[in-house]
Design a protein around this ligand. Structure first.
Ligand code: FES
Length: 113
């Protein structure tokens, strides 16, 4: 089973957005990063403190757009697997969410309603 998350074009190329999705009463907050025709989605919870990573909604990218960066204490995460390469939670990882792209839309895979 899969659930609609957003249109691919809702995410700026080399940029990011924040999203809330899920069944009624069990919504979760996600961050999505786009690299041309690829999308990487993670639960918007920093492994350092459990806080959301963004102060400004949807702004998750480092200045050079090479990493996901937590706005709280600067932890840097690889885009392709969410692994923290520097900061107070180095070695930890963001919770990855599997997705698929169909007909220009991003769907959460294996999403249980
Ligand atoms: S809450 Fe993310 S680095 Fe501290």
């Amino acid at each position: 089973m899969s659930a609609f998350l957003c249109k691919l074009d809702d995410i700026p190329n080399r940029g990011s957005i924040s999203l809330t999705s899920g069944p009624e009463g069990r919504h979760r907050d996600f961050l999505a990063v786009r690299r041309t025709d690829k999308v990487f989605v993670y639960v918007n919870v920093c492994p350092h403190t459990g806080a959301p990573l963004d102060f400004t909604p949807g702004q998750f990218m480092s200045l050079d757009k090479g990493h996901i960066q937590c706005a709280n204490h600067g932890a840097m995460f690889r885009i392709n697997d969410g692994y923290c390469v520097s900061g107070p939670c180095a070695g930890a990882s963001l919770e990855e969410v599997k997705t698929e792209i169909r007909d220009g839309a991003v769907y959460l895979k294996d999403w249980s309603e």
